[in-house]
Design a protein around this ligand. Structure first.
Ligand SMILES: O[C@H]1[C@H](O)[C@@H](O)[C@H](O)[C@@H](O)[C@@H]1O
Length: 490
């Protein structure tokens, strides 16, 4: 079956990422003033209630991601995805059938828990079933499906605003249930992560999965080696290390892994992407645009983002590595936002009728997110956090990084409305600076991981390694030379 099967499994599991994008995106439309049926049904909820409906989700996500770490270690990646999907069905059903605001808030909290769990475990699963040469592409499908989710949510929101009864808001919320149910059921026939199976001592099953995922007539030798490497590494880890939470910082190389993983996610949030994802209409309104134009531009931006993501992960990510796109993207985002600030300062304002300035302002928001973010931190954050940890602590490490993403997400989405109102165009300047900082952090502290197997990451981070040749079992420390060649290509 080979690579096509591998690709299909990764794409299917990314339904969990679709839900992430859809759930994050849909609520903006549902609680907006255009959804008059929603406003009437819930007696014109004030900003505090709307704030609670929106932000309980992200809070739930944080706890979902935190819980998923130990769950994925104990019951495996596949079953954790199923549990996430099942909880999503419950949370989304509660929202759809809401009789009052409490249903909605509790439903968002439960769905958030599910999405937090899926946001951590889906890329982890993809990364563990991918061969090293195309791991960037297959794990990057996470980001691709997040952007498809946002895109679909935008257009569903646009379409449903014209409905004239409860269906106006119940339909967009109900739509979330289907991918969640499909994911739950479909995962029954998808394989377990072979690495998790090895860790459970289920070696024959693990080998069968590797053969199904990566096997072709010609590469039986490669499969044997790949499997032997997994086996050797995981057994070595089991014999020599514990699996305590504190292992995340117990040695210098481990601390480095944990900090880079957290950094990639926090830096992602500090690109300013969610100011653009959640408050895009406000940004366009500040340029003097209004009405359906705003929605159309948002939809176009979303579509371009998804297209750019798939082009980037397919053609570029596994060729150039993780660091160059991160640095290049951060610089690109910084420049786009500096230009955006200048345009807003000179020609912005809700009453502006300066069309060339509006066009340029819109163009730079699109360049910022659809081009630079989609070709850098968007996909790379998920790929990177899922590939840097050793097996014994991978799920927990990934969970910590995902929690950092959600915590920073909550922080930025809470302060953004205040920041935008008070600082106006100056608010962009904050992200000009954070993007420069991101580029520097990546340049100085991130090792390159492209093309390495998950078992080779020890060497990349300067940890103790076993040589992955089957004939030698001797343990050796990484020399400065090894570290250099594996550690920083840029
Ligand atoms: O638009 C989303 C954003 O809402 C997330 O916070 C981020 O982590 C994702 O990578 C991005 O695609």
């Amino acid at each position: 079956m080979g690579l096509f099967f591998n690709f299909s499994v990764c794409l299917f599991s990314a339904l969990g990422s679709f839900l992430f994008g859809y759930d994050s995106g849909v609520i903006g439309s549902v609680v907006s003033k255009q959804f008059d049926q929603f406003q009437t049904f819930f007696h014109n909820p004030g900003p505090d209630i709307v704030g609670a409906i929106v932000s309980t989700f992200a809070g739930g996500c944080f706890f979902g991601a935190a819980t998923a770490g130990s769950l994925a270690t104990r019951i495996g990646r596949k079953r954790t995805i199923q549990i996430g999907a099942l909880i999503a069905v419950l949370g989304c059903s509660l929202q759809t059938g809401a009789r009052n605001v409490s249903y909605l808030i509790v439903g968002r909290l439960i769905a958030g828990f599910a999405i937090g769990c899926l946001s951590m475990v889906v890329p982890l699963y993809q990364s563990e079933i991918s061969p090293p040469e195309i791991r960037g592409f297959l794990t990057g499908l996470t980001q691709f499906m997040i952007s498809i989710g946002f895109l679909v949510a935008n257009w569903v929101g646009y379409g449903c605003q014209f409905l004239r009864n409860d269906a106006q808001w119940r339909v967009p919320l109900a739509i979330q249930i289907f991918p969640a149910a499909l994911l739950f059921l479909g995962m029954f026939i998808l394989p377990y992560s072979p690495r998790w199976l090895v860790e459970q001592g289920r070696h024959d099953e693990a080998l069968a999965v590797v053969q199904r995922l990566h096997g072709t007539e010609e590469n039986t030798e490669f499969i044997k080696l790949e499997f032997a490497e997994m086996l050797e590494q995981i057994q070595y880890e089991r014999e020599h290390y514990s699996t305590k939470f504190s292992d995340l910082w117990s040695t210098k190389p481990m601390l480095r892994r944990t900090l880079t993983g957290i950094a990639v996610q926090v830096c992602t949030q500090f690109t300013g992407i969610n100011v653009s994802s959640y408050f895009q209409p406000t940004l366009y309104a500040a340029l003097g645009l209004s009405g359906s134009k705003i929605l159309m531009i948002t939809g176009i931006n979303g579509a371009l983002g998804a297209i750019m993501t798939i082009i980037f992960i397919y053609f570029i990510l596994d060729r150039v590595g993780r660091k160059p796109p991160l640095i290049f993207g951060a610089i690109g985002m910084s420049i786009s936002l500096a230009v955006e600030a200048a345009i807003n300062a000179k020609w912005g304002g809700v009453d502006s009728t300066n069309h060339p300035a509006q066009t340029a302002g819109v163009a730079f928001i699109i360049i910022f997110s659809a081009l630079f973010f989609s070709c850098s931190f968007g996909p790379v954050s998920w790929v990177y956090q899922s590939e840097i940890f050793p097996m014994r602590i991978r799920a927990v490490g990934t969970a910590v990084c995902t929690c950092a993403n959600w915590a920073a997400n909550v922080l930025i989405s809470q302060v953004s409305p205040i920041g935008m109102a008070r600082l106006q165009y100056r608010f962009y300047i904050l992200f000009v600076v954070t993007n420069i900082a991101n580029a520097l952090i990546v340049f100085f502290f991130f090792p390159e991981t492209k093309g390495k197997s998950l078992e080779e990451m020890d060497a990349v981070f300067g940890d103790q390694v076993i040589p992955h040749a089957l004939e030698t079992k001797q343990v050796h420390n990484v020399t400065a030379e090894d570290e250099k060649s594996g550690g920083s290509d840029v």
